[in-house]
Design a protein around this ligand. Structure first.
Ligand code: PHB
Length: 394
């Protein structure tokens, strides 16, 4: 081989090697990556699907480029509830994929497992559902766009005592959000002169409701207050409630809106008519923002069914991410991103929302709703409201 030829080959090889290393770097600089961690399979598969649906709806409506950067969504399935898998996925997203934001988190145990990683890596962590009060205290890089259980449960107790519901049995899922709901409801009911006569806690996974429903019937309260995680469990509870004749025994159902989640409500049908809930979002909310959201969700998710509160929190969480990218002109720094997230305030499809700069938790209207028919379909129809609700524990 001549020297000239050797140099040429060497240069080519170096150039080729450089091209391989430079290409991903160049691409990375043009892209903002959002790692979405949630259950997309298993008993809570709907949580991931609703959140992804909300993200798609936002991006379809607002485009996939902000400040000249392409927004890339990387979806990861925890199959959960599985805190260990959530933690591993977060590590991979931070180290290997070099994401700019962590987002998603349907279930409290998964959000809690990822909080230390957000803290260490200084990655903004956008909570799109997980609703135990304490979550936002676990890292300064967390901002919550969903709700907290105390925030929606205390107003239910306020409404109950005003409506002569004084003696209540509570039934909650036995983990963070359920325990929060039970405590906030009980505390607020006591302030109004009511009493929780019995507190029942049921397993998070596959609870068998029949014996609990009998216990509620025997206790003869004015009402039963419920928190179960959104989804199939609501169907089982309401079926048992009707079959065992609790309504006929004069025992009302009051609950957080997780029980009558918009996505499963059509499948629950008439069994839910008359159920009173307090919550931050109803698909039947009347506003131009909600009309635009429903339209965009349907277009972006042809078989997605009715969007629920998780889809809305994801849609709003994306709006916040877009705002951060715009304001930082595409150069994401964790601390600067958090300063912007603390000032977020806009009209969501659910109504006005803001992030409390002290707690990084959401401030919003909590509505009182009744399940009613609109045409042939059941909806949570809002009829009263509590404006500017913070998480009462903070
Ligand atoms: C939670 O795990 O924080 C959670 C799950 C489902 C809900 C609400 C909260 O409906």
């Amino acid at each position: 081989m001549t020297m000239k030829k050797f140099v040429n080959i060497a240069t080519l090889a170096t150039l080729a090697a450089l091209a391989v290393t430079i290409a991903p770097l160049a691409r990375a600089q043009d892209t903002i990556k959002v790692g979405v961690i949630a259950a997309f399979s298993g008993p809570f598969a709907d949580y991931g699907k609703q959140m992804e649906g909300g993200i798609k709806a936002y991006m379809a409506q607002n485009g996939a480029t902000v400040a000249g950067k392409k927004i890339e969504i990387i979806v990861k399935d925890t199959t959960g509830p599985s805190p260990e898998i959530a933690k591993r996925l977060a590590q991979e997203l931070v180290i290997r994929d070099k994401v700019d934001f962590l987002a998603g988190f349907g279930l409290t145990p998964e959000a809690l497992a990822v909080a230390p990683i957000a803290e260490q890596a200084k990655k903004p962590m956008i909570i799109m559902n997980a609703a135990t009060s304490i979550i936002t205290t676990k890292s300064n890089y967390i901002a919550r766009f969903s709700m907290t259980l105390p925030q929606v449960s205390a107003p239910m107790a306020t409404w109950a005592v005003k409506n002569n519901i004084k003696k209540v049995v509570t039934l909650v899922a036995d983990y963070g959000p359920g325990i929060d709901a039970e405590a906030a409801f009980k505390n607020e009911l006591a302030k109004g002169g009511g009493t929780v006569t019995e507190s029942i806690r049921v397993p998070l996974r596959n609870p068998e409701f029949a014996p609990y429903i009998q216990r509620i019937k025997d206790a003869k309260p004015d009402a039963v207050f419920i928190f179960v995680p959104a989804g199939e469990q609501s169907i089982a509870f309401m079926k048992g409630y009707r079959e065992r004749g609790l309504a006929e025994a004069g025992i009302k159902v009051i609950a957080t809106g997780d029980l009558t989640d918009d996505h499963v409500l059509p499948a629950m049908g008439d069994a839910t008519l008359g159920v009173i809930t307090t919550f931050h979002y109803s698909a039947a909310h009347k506003s131009p923002e909600n009309a635009a959201f429903l339209k965009s969700f349907a277009a972006a998710n042809p078989n997605g069914g009715r969007p629920n509160f998780m889809a809305v929190a994801a849609y709003d969480g994306m709006a916040a991410i877009y705002e951060v990218v715009r304001k930082l002109n595409g150069k994401i720094d964790g601390d600067k991103a958090m300063e912007i997230l603390k000032t977020i305030k806009f009209n969501s499809p659910r109504g006005p929302i803001a992030i409390d700069p002290q707690t990084r938790d959401i401030v919003q209207t909590v509505y009182v709703r009744k399940v009613e028919k609109i045409g042939n379909e059941v909806y949570n129809v809002e009829f009263d409201q509590f404006a500017n609700q913070k998480d009462p524990g903070k």
